[in-house]
Design a binder for this molecule. Structure first.
Ligand code: FAD
Length: 622
């Protein structure tokens, strides 16, 4: 059936697997995606939304490199919001609500239109390994398929166990079976595995809800989008709504605690700290009498609604009774109950920066299998694994992103250097250079790299260069053009900024707090320049950030450059830490296990102190 050897096999068609397939195939590898159900490629297991704080920046980065997540999101969006718009641009985070069914369909169509990508529906039950190298996979029907590299993206499916109250059954997601065989084989090879858990809320019939009792949550007035390419902008949007729980709801939920797998010891693994179940919230924050619930449509036409904030694994009768007491949900009809799922993951310190495993050559892990949570985190790892699998089998230099270059770089470095014992999600606070890693400049940071890899196409690079040229031109205009006090003082008065007495360069006054591009556009010279050069919103936004935050940006860049010096001090691959007795015992153990590539990476390992770094530097002759 499979008489040829593939370059790359990707196991699993979730967010990581879909991006891995697209990347490897677009770079020229003959790629086979084997997934348990071809109908669920790019399936959103939980909330029908992409992006959000720090996650939105990741989607922009994937897009800038030439991945598909941004395009798929734009084509299936039903609402768009730029979060944190009142804060500095480092915090602006795009988020879209999506039509769940269209999202999966757009992914499938995008992959079907990708040359070099083949598809096969089945469960992979094991790996073919010769010596210390993977050479293919074996399916549950006993079919062997050979490949030069394999990317595992099994998500929540490895020995998945679903919990609803006292009931538990095997499954990778509601209605889909668990994947077996792979964990056991990898453990035999010497891999360490662990268990994590996550959960999802009930889905309900929107026709049974009373929206007049809830608070309207509309999308942005001028919705943006994710992709830097020409994807559709929303002309119409669907509204979300907000309601809240009450003491009565909490009391009803508490009645089910003795039957909760979370509290009766059935679920032992750790769940996502920042996405807790409702029972976890009322238990941990017992003094709070109310929690917010966001009521999110599942698509353009379906009546199904996602009850965001009400994730639960309590018995279904308890879920139903409690939800009926939520304002607006008095007549609620259930489509599906909420549930929790436990699954196997592999501590990511067993990986290199390329996401290749240290134990088995040409084997890559990406997504939830590495202990992360979230579509965006998974997709970005898939992209990087797909790229690196292609590069490795073509004997090319690996592709890695540094912490000052991308959130993707922060994510992977955190995973492989620090590991994670609870589901890892991205936050802006995890990035030390967040002023550099903005959603508005992901193309400027990454598209040239994507193009060099052969992943981002000519059109993408051309658009990015055009944007860069135009925003530089616009910034130069502000530096070189003057205003008169008569022109600018009414604006300054409006924003309570002190008036000016004489003409000065626009750059100076634009740098003041509270003076925005919208204010500047009220000056004839500025609006004429915009019209004359046909500048779009992306250019306006970019120029505004460059003017207002140039000081902060330069400072962060300087700090990043300083750290680069440590990044350039390489540690030999076979370095024997055990013979360095002046290292602390903990540092020796951690360094031996993680085997950092540079002094900078070593310094980020928890348990390795500055004095341990000094010892290493002295030994390496620095
Ligand atoms: P998945 O999207 O899980 O995809 C894995 C794919 O691999 C599936 O298509 C599966 O069929 C296939 N597969 C698995 N094993 C095999 C095999 N052996 N052979 C062939 N195919 C295989 N994230 C959040 O950020 N917040 C949340 O609140 C949240 N809640 C969640 C609740 C539930 C119940 C679930 C299931 C997930 C939740 N997630 C949540 C996680 C989110 O869905 C994942 O982070 C994301 O989907 C991971 O992407 P992935 O590509 O790694 O895996």
């Amino acid at each position: 059936m499979f008489d040829k050897e593939y370059d790359v096999i990707v196991v699993g068609g979730g967010h990581a697997g879909a991006e891995a397939t697209a990347a490897a195939a677009n770079m020229g590898s003959k790629t086979l995606l084997i997934t348990m159900n071809l109908q669920t490629i790019g399936q959103m297991s939980c909330n029908p939304a992409m992006g959000g704080i720090a996650k939105g920046q990741i989607v922009r980065e994937i897009d800038a490199l030439g991945g598909y997540s941004g395009i798929v999101t734009d084509k299936s969006a039903i609402q768009f919001k730029m979060l944190n718009k009142s804060k500095g641009p480092a915090m602006w985070s795009p988020r879209a609500q999506n039509d769940r069914m269209r999202f999966a369909e757009e992914w499938r169509l995008a992959l079907e239109n990708t040359p070099n990508a083949d598809f096969y529906q089945e469960m992979v039950s094991g790996l073919l390994v010769e010596g210390d190298k993977v050479v293919g996979v074996r399916t549950s029907l006993g079919i062997d398929v050979r490949a030069k590299a394999v990317v595992l993206t099994n998500g929540t499916f490895l020995n998945g166990l679903i919990h609803i109250g006292e009931k538990q059954f095997g499954g990778g997601r509601a209605g889909e079976k668990a994947a077996t065989g792979i964990t056991e084989q990898l453990v035999d090879f010497g891999f360490e595995s662990g268990r994590m858990k996550t959960g999802t809320p009930p889905r309900v019939d929107g026709r049974s809800l009373d929206y007049s009792k809830m608070i309207l949550q509309p999308g942005d007035n001028n919705p943006e989008k994710f992709s830097y390419l020409e994807t559709p902008k929303l002309k119409e949007q669907r509204d979300c709504h907000m309601t809240h729980t009450s003491q009565l709801v909490h009391d009803l939920l508490r009645e089910g605690f003795d039957r909760s797998p979370m509290f009766n010891g059935r679920i032992k693994s750790i769940g996502p700290r920042y996405c807790p179940s409702i029972e976890d919230k009322i238990n941990r924050f017992a003094d709070k009498s109310s929690h917010q619930i966001f009521v999110e449509p599942e698509g353009w036409h379906t009546v199904e609604v996602y009850v965001n904030g009400f994730s639960t694994s309590l018995p279904e009768d308890v879920q139903y009774k409690a939800l009926k007491s939520v304002v607006g949900f008095e007549n609620v009809k259930f489509f599906r109950p909420g549930y929790a799922i436990e699954y196997d993951y592999f501590p990511p310190t067993q990986l290199k920066h390329t996401l290749e495993t240290k134990l088995v050559n040409n084997l890559y892990f990406a997504g939830q299998i590495n202990g992360t949570t979230g579509y965006e985190e998974a997709a970005s790892q898939g992209l990087m694994a797909g790229i690196n699998a292609h590069l490795k089998i073509n004997e090319k230099e690996p592709f890695m992103l540094k912490r000052d270059e991308a959130y993707i770089g922060v994510l992977i470095d955190d995973l492989i250097t620090k590991g994670t014992e609870e589901p890892y999600r991205m936050f802006t606070s995890r990035a030390e250079y967040r002023t550099l890693l903005r959603q508005d400049n992901a193309d400027l940071r990454l598209t040239p790299k994507g193009y060099e890899l052969g992943l981002a196409k000519e059109e993408r690079l051309r658009r990015m260069e055009e944007k860069e040229k135009n925003s530089d031109k616009f910034v130069a205009f502000f530096k070189n053009t003057s205003f008169t006090p008569e022109e600018i003082n009414p604006i300054l008065e409006e924003v309570s900024s002190s008036p000016v007495k004489q003409s000065d360069k626009m750059f100076k006054v634009f740098s003041r707090p509270n003076v925005t591009m919208d204010h500047m556009l009220r000056l004839d010279a500025v609006s004429n320049f915009v019209a004359e050069h046909n500048l779009d919103t992306e250019v306006l936004e970019q120029a505004e950030v460059q003017v207002k935050y140039s000081g902060y940006i330069a400072k962060e860049k300087n700090n990043a450059d300083k750290l680069l010096r440590l990044e350039n001090i390489k540690i030999p691959e076979d370095f024997d830490y055990r013979k360095l007795k002046s290292l602390s015992y903990e540092a020796r153990e951690k360094l031996e296990a993680i085997r950092p590539v540079t002094i900078s990476q070593a310094s980020r390992i928890s348990g390795v102190s500055p004095s341990d770094i000094s010892v290493l530097l002295v030994f390496l002759g620095r």
